[in-house]
Design a protein around this ligand. Structure first.
Ligand code: SF4
Length: 249
């Protein structure tokens, strides 16, 4: 199959998904054939997707990247979510040898010192486990929304990820944060208590702070870096990361 063919498939899927509601979008993903994997960070958007997958018993695996630096509230929410929806959330951990090598070169918290050191930490704790989570997958489902940041404003419902050779589906691309909150309230979906303490976007504990009034939803992520487009690399090609082009989580 050529890359052009896969790009055409993704474009046509993008149009189909645009016409459906969230449950319809995820049901369609479950019917595409091949393994579909949803990677959750347990953020409020991801909890909405997990709720629909769990209550609909959809054939989509739910996985999370257990980086070893998550907030205790996030770790507790993994088990609570499994219990609530009767599903298994697969945990993917970094390799201890990689963490040791990172600490040796940069120091355990070396990510504060340079963008290169930060990208190297995200590579070890997120990107490598993500590659294992997506191994053999045909479809990758994410909770990306256009409203999360200017960097995500053009997020499509479906796109071909040439680097990972899969179709990436973003079923919440057109949802607002207000719609997300209303869904969570109506369906009594468990969410991270940190959201109520000023953390709209939650990543690793040392790299996330609460936001101030007027700041964008993702302003609390890697706040010490000046680049407004900072991301962790899960949602852009590794080639972009390698050349220090701003990358996203
Ligand atoms: S978010 Fe911070 S602690 Fe987590 S992997 Fe990236 S640099 Fe490391």
């Amino acid at each position: 199959m050529t890359t052009r063919h896969q790009e055409d498939q993704a474009r046509s899927l993008d149009q189909e998904l645009a016409a459906l509601d969230l449950a319809g979008r995820l049901a369609l993903v479950g019917q595409l054939g091949g393994r579909a994997v949803f990677t959750t960070s347990l953020g409020i958007e991801d909890q909405v997707i997990t709720a629909v997958i769990g209550t609909g018993r959809l054939p989509i695996e739910v996985s999370t990247l257990e980086t070893g630096r998550l907030f205790p509230e996030t770790v507790a929410l993994i088990a609570e979510t499994e219990e609530r929806f009767g599903i298994e959330i697969r945990r993917f951990h970094p390799e201890q040898a990689d963490i040791d090598a990172y600490a040796e070169k940069y120091g355990l918290n070396g990510f504060y010192e340079s963008v290169e050191a930060r990208h190297a930490c995200c590579h070890v704790r997120k990107l490598k486990p993500l590659a294992r989570a997506l191994e053999g997958a045909a479809v990758w489902v994410t909770g990306l929304r256009r409203g999360q940041s200017g960097n995500r404003a053009a997020t499509p419902f479906a796109e071909y990820d040439a680097e990972r050779n899969l179709i990436k589906v973003n079923p919440l691309a057109d949802w607002s944060i207000e719609e997300i909150k209303a869904f969570v309230e109506e369906e009594a979906v468990p969410v991270n208590p940190l959201h109520a303490r000023g953390y709209p976007s939650i990543g690793c504990e040392p790299c996330t702070r609460a936001i101030k009034p007027g700041e964008s939803e993702r302003a609390g992520r890697w706040w010490w870096e000046n680049d407004e487009k900072r991301e962790c690399g899960l949602h852009v090609p590794e080639t972009a990361e390698a050349s220090s082009i701003p990358i996203r989580t």
